[in-house]
Design a protein around this ligand. Structure first.
Ligand code: ATP
Length: 362
């Protein structure tokens, strides 16, 4: 049985550094939740507090309704997999995977059964009697995951478990983590700085910035309905294009396109526009502007067309599936539907535009 984890007003200070600030988050029972954000945004500190390896300066952490804020790790219903694989070099993989079970007094027969079941799920049955030094990095990481897996945890915490692995292995393990999540029926909390991992594996993503959770939502909502410039540009590749908007008499302009703004917007306000490369099309739209083509980058089926605005101020990327009519140096018109354009204040906060024109479905 999985467990819901509830964080309420959790703050962690290291001297004058506020690593995590006033985080309130409910991680639903059985879900795969990813903490993602740039380096130093507080992801690992938050995970370590959930694990019981750090104590919050203030706030509470409960598991399945039980307050365990100050409980040591061994009194919490969880297992952890870390970035640095810490296997015992003098033990075989079988002994490594079964070590936790052995110290908890699980009889040898049951132990072997559970080790073999885990090894089968992780496709390392053939490696069980080897020592860790005989395995590749990816196989060693699977053994480390196996060790967490055999304990049948209600909560599994994973701290950048794939950061040292190559791209191909990451792709394989991404699928395995999701399969394990279904098999274990556990609550997963996964830390990464890689937004691609977050987008592909999670039921919900907490995007962190400067110790705070900027947005906690499904991958789809984070992608299509970001609350801030930070969330919009951190999630998704290529990154969201950001352009300056001229504001005059409450109306925003980008070249010849006007954008309705809230009444409260004054000419002094700096307004930015964000549009994902996937929503820009060659040939125009509600929002239109001209750019020069700099580079055409093939991705397989799609292409990323790197362009620069005619005033030279903005780099704008467009994802398209056809570049037959395009060449480097061409001046082209690109555009997007207004419903796919977001506006932000210079502070980064999203500006919700007025209905009915348009634009922003809230
Ligand atoms: P990364 O992706 O680089 O691991 P992160 O998002 O996991 O970063 P944390 O490791 O949680 O971020 O760090 C958040 C902030 O807290 C950083 O400014 C870091 O320097 C600081 N910090 C973390 N642990 C300690 C500590 N033990 N003592 C002092 N400061 C710390």
């Amino acid at each position: 049985m999985a467990k819901e984890i509830k964080l309420d007003g959790v703050t962690k200070e290291f001297g004058s550094i506020v690593a995590v600030e006033d985080v309130s988050l409910t991680i639903p029972e059985g879900e795969f939740v990813t903490l993602v954000g740039p380096s130093g945004s507080g992801k690992t500190t938050l995970l370590r507090m959930i694990a019981g390896l750090e104590s919050p300066t203030s706030g509470t952490i409960s598991f399945g309704g039980k307050d365990l804020t100050t409980a040591p790790p061994q009194d919490r219903p969880l297992s952890m997999v870390f970035q640095n694989i810490a296997l015992y070099p003098h033990m075989t993989c079988r002994e490594n995977i079964g070590y936790g079970l052995k110290i908890h007094g699980v009889p040898v027969e049951e132990r072997n059964e559970r080790i073999e079941e885990a090894a089968q799920s992780l496709q390392i049955e053939d490696q069980l009697d080897k020592s860790p030094s005989e395995l590749s990095g990816g196989q060693q990481q699977r053994v480390a995951i196996g060790r967490a897996f055999v304990e049948d945890p209600e909560v599994l915490l994973l701290d950048e478990p794939m950061s040292d692995l190559d791209a191909k292995l990451k792709e394989t393990l991404r699928v395995e983590f999701q399969r394990l999540h279904h098999e274990l029926d556990a609550t997963f909390v996964y830390v990464t700085h890689d937004q691609n991992e977050a987008m592909t594996m999670s039921d919900k993503i907490a995007v962190m910035n400067e110790g705070r959770v900027a947005q906690f939502d499904s991958p789809e909502s984070i992608f299509h309905d970001p609350v801030s410039r930070h969330v919009s540009t951190f999630i998704g590749t290529p990154s969201t294009n950001v352009l300056a908007v001229d504001v005059n008499d409450g109306v925003g302009r980008v070249e010849s396109t006007t954008l309705p703004l809230p009444n409260s917007t004054s000419s002094e306000d700096q307004v930015l526009l964000g549009v994902r490369p996937q929503y820009l099309t060659v040939g125009g739209g509600d929002l239109e502007f001209d750019v020069t083509v700099d580079v055409i980058e093939p991705l397989g089926i799609d292409y990323v067309v790197h362009t620069t605005s005619l005033d030279g101020d903005n780099q704008v990327n467009v994802v398209t599936d056809s570049v037959d009519e395009l060449a480097v140096g061409d001046v082209i018109t690109i555009g997007a539907a207004l419903e796919n354009v977001h506006l932000f204040r210079s502070s980064g906060e999203r500006i919700r535009r007025p209905k009915p024109d348009g634009v922003e479905a809230e």
